[in-house]
Design a protein around this ligand. Sequence first.
Ligand code: PRP
Ligand code: HPA
Length: 186
Amino acid sequence: MNSDIEQILITESELQAKIKELGSRIAEDYKDKIPVLIGVLNGAVMFVSDLIRACPIQLNIDFMAVSSYQDSTESSGVVKIIKDLDRNISGRHILIVEDIIDTGLTLSYLLETLQARHPASIKVCALLDKASRRRVNVPIDYLGFQIPDKFVVGYGLDFRDLYRNLPYIGVLKPYLYEGITGDNDI
Ligand SMILES: O=P(O)(O)OC[C@H]1O[C@H](OP(=O)(O)OP(=O)(O)O)[C@H](O)[C@@H]1O
Ligand code: HPA
């Protein structure tokens, strides 16, 4: 699996140091509230679990599963809810936790969908921002790292549902996905 990686972009220790910083900032900002942290599955699974351990305040967690990339490295542009929240978020302070903001289409859809449920506030925490690919403007209140326009995997991020279990963020060797349209089987 490691041999499919062209370059390690962010090491495990860099990830953990940044998550501690983000957790402290979030804990300070929400110390008088009980926010609901919404992890966006599947990609944010590692990030949300490390982030809540770095966040020593009272909080709730919930998850939404959405998908727009299927088996491709390009967004289909259509965001599908695969699993919705388990709770009513009306009047609650919401923090959406995402692994990556790329085109911004997923986050834009989530913000619109969750805003319609009348939360007290909504903020966004994202580990990675690939700003050069943005197709719609979205706010990021807490950001880990800006990254270049490369397809990355690891620490929750996948290609065809693989590589999520790498402990670092790496650039996938392009020959592994070039020519794949999204309709192919593994
Ligand atoms: O800004 P965007 O271009 O919308 O891309 C970001 C989204 O893409 C990935 O999810 P994906 O649809 O691949 O599902 P996954 O989390 O299950 O991997 C990632 O986890 C973000 O949710
Ligand atoms: O670079 C990426 N890697 C994995 N999943 C993604 N979803 C959007 N961009 C990416």
